[in-house]
Design a protein around this ligand. Structure first.
Ligand SMILES: Nc1ncnc2c1ncn2[C@@H]1O[C@H](COP(=O)(O)OP(=O)(O)OP(=O)(O)O)[C@@H](O)[C@H]1O
Ligand SMILES: [Mg+2]
Length: 339
């Protein structure tokens, strides 16, 4: 029986180390991972990591299965392999299982929990501080009490927004694969979002103008989610691009949109504010990413808005484009397939 044929059939990188400590056979996946020309060489010259060497040595000497981890800077990223050395009749069979994705998912989860905790702790610390002050020094001071209660209300509101944004993010993520089927008029949603954001625009001294919002633009969609997309984009344009004085929302219909290769509705939200520098643009849709964290928090932002927008647009099989030049304003475009 030819062992190398069996080894070749295994999708994981596999090497067979004989009892004389030389490599007897390898498969294609192992050659991709460790390089060619291993056969006949001593395993110590190929696998230089002490943990892996110990693992193979233990399996050879004790005739018992042994496991460890192997890291490899593979095509620019750190790959993490779970290594198992198992005694077989001809020696020791060593397999490498790529667990990088699992480690990355674990890291993302830890980062997410750390971010959420941090975002919640800030308002919570403020609330606790004011409660203590109200119980102690400011107990009889009616004016201070009113002011502190106002701040406490704002901080509680921030926590409330954060929790509802988190819920909405997890809902959108869990539905991302289910394409929505209701008939939604994008223009009608945009009109209603604009009328509910009028007070905010006035507060920031911004004039909101629309183009094309009277025509009917039907797409298969989820009305609440479409409204959520434009609420965030227009709200951002007012809050972060408001210094330009004007925010325009332009709706167009395309019989054949090049990127989607089919009928589509496109909405452009443009402001003439400070703009966003190029290095921030690719990261804007990450959870909790804010260009100016301090300013965004002042405005009550959680940094989740664009992450939610991205998931909603993906669920609708659409595209989002961000164009911006520092000092010249920003353009956020959403293209949604119309059938
Ligand atoms: N039109 C814009 N002009 C300049 N910066 C913007 C614009 N839109 C978004 N940003 C930047 O992108 C960041 C992320 O926006 P996002 O909507 O995800 O979060 P947020 O507005 O801070 O919080 P939330 O939307 O949850 O209230 C903002 O904090 C802001 O720094
Ligand atoms: Mg926002």
């Amino acid at each position: 029986m030819d062992v190398s044929e069996f080894i070749e059939a295994v999708p994981l990188p596999v090497i067979l180390v004989r009892d004389d400590e030389r490599i007897a056979a390898t498969n294609r996946a192992a050659k991709v991972l460790l390089g060619p020309g291993m056969e006949g060489r001593h395993y110590v010259t190929i696998l230089r990591q002490p943990l892996v060497l110990d693992c193979i040595e233990a399996a050879l000497r004790l005739r018992e299965a042994s496991e460890t981890q192997y890291t490899n800077a593979f095509s620019g990223r750190d790959a993490i392999y779970h290594v198992r050395a198992v005694p077989v009749a001809e020696g020791v069979l060593v397999t490498f299982e790529d667990r990088t994705a699992m480690h990355e998912a674990g890291q993302m989860r830890r980062d997410f929990v750390a971010n959420v905790s941090h975002e919640l702790r800030t308002p919570l610390t403020a609330l606790m501080g004011f409660i203590e002050t109200l119980r102690g020094p400011a107990r009889e001071d009616a004016e201070a009490r009113d002011r502190f209660l106002g701040i406490m209300e704002r901080e509680a509101g921030r926590m409330n927004r954060l929790v509802s944004d988190l819920l909405s993010l997890s809902q959108v993520e869990s539905e991302e694969r289910m394409r929505p089927t209701d008939r939604v008029d994008v223009s009608a949603q945009v009109r209603s979002v604009i009328s509910s954001l009028k007070p905010l625009a006035e507060q920031f001294g911004v004039s909101l103008t629309t183009e094309g919002a009277e025509m009917e633009t039907i797409i298969p969609g989820d009305a609440d989610q479409i409204a959520q997309v434009f609420t965030n984009l227009i709200e951002n344009a007012i809050k972060y691009g408001g210094t330009g004085g004007e925010v325009t929302v332009c709706i167009t219909r395309h019989e054949s949109e090049p990127t989607l290769r089919g009928p589509a509705v496109r909405v452009d939200v443009a402001d003439h504010g400070e703009g966003i520098s190029a290095r921030h643009i690719p990261r804007l849709t990450e959870r909790f990413y804010r260009v100016d964290g301090h300013r965004s928090r002042e405005m009550g932002g959680t940094g989740l808005g664009l992450a939610i927008v991205k998931h909603i647009v993906n669920r609708h099989r659409g595209r989002m484009r961000i164009e911006s030049h520092k000092g010249q304003g920003s353009l956020f475009s959403v293209i949604l397939p119309a059938s």
